[in-house]
Design a protein around this ligand. Structure first.
Ligand code: DX5
Ligand code: ZN
Length: 218
């Protein structure tokens, strides 16, 4: 039976309380934490970098899986610092590098899993050549940069195609995913679900996480 992992994006939370917010999400049943790194250049917004990740690792302990979503122009630059800070997975954007193969190799050599992300305007055929070498494909369902945007349903064919071609690949969706869009994601074959505002801004994050995790496909 279908079962998805849920990774809250803490971008929409009170960033002055990041450690507590991460703890709260794990206590509410999150399977992993999706941490959005933005450099103000690849996307028009700035968040945080590896010094924050190191502090989160120290305060949360060894268990939570940190899925780093690197929305940065020079992803090569932060592989070693992120590994040293305690990141578990390093997901970079295909649009941000000219040598994805080498970057995937460096990420894995540093002990992290490798994820490859595509923006809405990038075709899945461009990602396909690397799909056999990565741990996870991230299909963006909004333009990266901000939480709280509307889910782009027309990205679902990318997910379905990847699922048909790569049955055991982890496929993540990110952007506007919540109770009203989870069915589309699950039907298409996504098994790692990022949800920001729908979970973090809810009065009852535990119920929203449970609902997302237990989605039934007809
Ligand atoms: C957008 C980020 C997402 C975002 C998700 O650039 O990559 O992770 O925070 O938040 P929601 O679910 O609110 O779209
Ligand atoms: Zn993200």
């Amino acid at each position: 039976s279908y079962s998805a992992k849920i990774g809250p994006s803490i971008l929409s939370s009170d960033l002055s309380q990041l450690g507590n917010e991460c703890k709260r999400m794990m206590e509410c049943g999150a399977d992993y934490l999706h941490l959005d790194v933005m450099d103000g250049h690849f996307v028009p917004n700035i968040t945080f970098g590896h010094p924050m990740v190191e502090c989160l690792r120290n305060t949360l302990g060894p268990d939570p899986f940190f899925d780093m979503h690197m929305m940065v122009s020079r992803p090569e630059q932060w592989v070693k610092p992120m590994a040293a800070a305690g990141a578990n997975q390093y997901t970079f954007h295909l649009e941000a590098t000219s040598n994805p193969g080498n970057l995937i190799k460096e990420i894995r050599e540093s002990g992290m899993k490798a994820g490859l992300a595509i923006k809405p305007g990038t075709t899945v055929e461009e990602l396909a050549p690397w799909a056999g070498q990565i741990d996870m494909a991230l299909v963006m369902t909004v333009e990266p940069g901000f939480g709280g945007q509307k889910f782009m349903e027309d990205m679902m064919p990318k997910v379905s195609w990847l699922r048909s071609q790569f049955p055991s690949l982890d496929i993540e969706v990110d952007g506007g995913v919540g109770p009203s869009s989870i069915h589309k994601c699950a039907e298409a074959g996504a098994n790692m679900i990022v949800s920001g505002s729908a979970v973090v801004s809810s009065d009852d994050p535990r119920s929203v996480i449970a609902l997302l995790k237990n989605v039934v496909i007809e």
